[in-house]
Design a protein around this ligand. Structure first.
Ligand code: MSP
Length: 509
């Protein structure tokens, strides 16, 4: 039976253009998707845009466009960036698409028919930028507790979702499934939030109309988060059980930023419970990036634009940096200096040099041909064992979404390779004709270990991996079976590698 894996990113608001925060989640999902494909899974990787709601309507008004014109324009920016970032998504959902609107209406009607959505009246403090109602006690000096902007008192007829009914069931689910909400610290926050009590949730609006109408009551549009969260199933063809929905739901992991964890770990699962649908297996809330120590914001004009980074440093350097620099669950700081440092030390020095040295030596000593290795010595066996252990460590780390640790375990083997060269001193062996076999074995170990390194790295740095594997005489796509030691065949032609990552002079920006 084939194994499936479904991973999602949040769908991005079209009132903003993409920045490294958006690129980060999408990239993490891409690396996971690519890794699972190597491991033989049939992967569905979804991303897209969130195009309804008051925020988008307001931004469109300000720009003198219709909301759809704005969305059509901005969505291209996201799609172009994902292409440039080598994002291998299976589908891109826009909430203005018919398939989505149909699915959302169906979900809403389904929950309404079950009695868990009812018509009532709402009066509370509303934060327009966050599209969230707050109670008096939740406010900070009258301001929104999330964004600290002013709130206004609003009263409207509204449909409510009976979220309170699901409080105990949700809590029991979270407690019985430690994997469900990650990382652990965030899980604890959600547990406390749910224990404080869930109120019924307003799931429709009458004050604007840019959204999906409530079925049979067009004075209301469906609340933007009810609409947006449903993308994870509408993109699969929900409610049609055939095809992708039946095949991929429940999702293996929703990757999101910590700021939208509550929507994914409380609202979404309770909507699904009400609709009688299975819950996500895992929701992971990653940390936030600051820039040179400061919060990224338009007013500070410090928003890091991924296109510019890619043009300047190359796509794989950016991909590597974002996932290596900061453990996935934690906040991190972006700076040009640390990016340049990673490129020079990890990529140019450690990784690139190892490939250069080894492919140059096999060309010099054996005319660029892989030789049959001899009986290995202790030092060869230790190097091989490290390479094999790396495969298992990466597997464990990827399943924990510990991208940085996975890269660390790969780099331990890269460093071990550089050390292996120093210790075996091939240039000395080359001087002695009696050591030809020994030299062949050393060369074999070096090239074979790197072949496995680049198999794994193909999830993180696809272009670099293809290039490096090309030097190593490997043309096919990496597979799980190919991760076993011994795949490199004697006789293979090895090309002397050019620098994968030229060193960058840090101009201290
Ligand atoms: N449209 C909603 C999500 C709906 S999902 C059903 C939304 N969109 S967003 O465009 O505002 O944000 C999308 C993601 O970008 C969030 O996961 C958020 O955490 C992430 N980031 C925004 N700024 C960020 C940083 N500075 N650093 C890391 N991630 C950040 O929310």
């Amino acid at each position: 039976m084939s194994r499936t894996f479904y991973v999602t990113t949040p769908i991005y608001y079209v009132n903003d253009v993409p920045h490294i925060g958006h690129a980060y989640t999408t990239l993490a999902a891409d690396v996971l998707a690519r890794y699972k494909r190597i491991m033989g899974y049939e992967v569905f990787f979804l991303t897209g845009t969130d195009e309804h709601g008051q925020k988008v309507e307001k931004a469109a008004n300000a720009a003198g466009e219709t909301p759809l014109e704005l969305a059509d324009r901005v969505v291209k920016r996201f799609q172009a960036l994902w292409k440039k970032l080598d994002i291998s998504s299976s589908d891109f959902i826009r909430t203005t698409q018919e398939r989505h609107k149909k699915g959302v209406s169906h979900l809403f009607e389904n929950v309404l028919a079950k009695g868990d959505i009812y018509l009532g009246e709402y009066e509370d403090w509303y934060c327009t930028p966050c599209e969230t109602f707050w109670t008096e006690t939740q406010l900070n000096d009258g301001k929104c507790p999330d964004c600290n902007r002013p709130t206004e008192k609003l009263k409207e007829e509204s449909y409510f979702f009976r979220m309170s009914k699901y409080q105990e069931r949700l809590l029991a689910h979270i407690e019985a499934n430690p994997e469900f909400i990650q990382p652990k610290s965030r899980r604890n926050e959600i547990i406390s939030f749910v224990k404080e009590g869930l109120r019924d949730l307003s799931v429709s609006r009458t004050t604007f109309n840019w959204g999906i109408p409530v079925p049979n009551n067009e004075a209301h549009v469906i609340y933007v988060w009810f609409d947006a969260l449903a993308n994870y199933i509408t993109a699969l063809g929900y409610p049609d059980e055939e095809g992708n929905y039946g095949r991929y739901w429940p999702v293996d992991v929703h990757l999101i930023g910590k700021d939208i964890l509550r929507f994914h770990a409380v609202y979404w699962p309770t909507f699904l419970m009400a609709a009688g649908l299975p819950l996500p297996k895992k929701v992971f809330g990653h940390g936030w990036w600051t820039v040179e120590g400061q919060k990224m914001s338009k007013s500070l004009q410090n928003v890091v634009e991924p296109n510019m980074l890619i043009d300047r440093y190359g796509v794989d350097a950016v991909r590597y940096f974002l996932l290596r620099e900061v453990p996935f669950g934690l906040d991190g700081d972006f700076s040009h200096a640390s990016l340049v440092h990673r490129i020079n030390s990890d990529l140019a020095n450690d990784l690139g040099n190892l490939l250069n040295r080894s492919t140059a030596m096999v060309n010099k000593y054996f005319g660029g041909q892989v030789q049959e290795p001899e009986e290995p010595l202790e030092i060869d066996l230790a190097y091989r064992a490290r390479s094999e252990a790396m495969v298992a460590q990466v597997e464990a780390n990827m399943n924990d979404l510990a991208f940085s640790k996975a890269l660390q375990s790969i780099w331990e083997v890269v460093s071990a390779g550089n050390k292996y060269i120093d210790e075996t001193a091939p240039w000395t062996l080359a001087k002695d004709p009696a050591q030809r076999g020994r030299l062949a074995t050393v060369m074999y170990s070096l090239l074979e270990s790197q072949r496995i390194v680049y198999f794994l790295l193909s999830a993180f740095m696809p272009k670099t991996a293809v290039k490096a594997l090309g030097y190593l005489g490997w043309e096919e796509a990496p597979t799980e079976a190919g991760l076993a030691w011994g795949g490199l065949k004697p006789g293979t032609a090895i090309v002397k590698a050019e620098a994968l990552f030229p060193r960058i002079e840090d101009k201290g920006e």
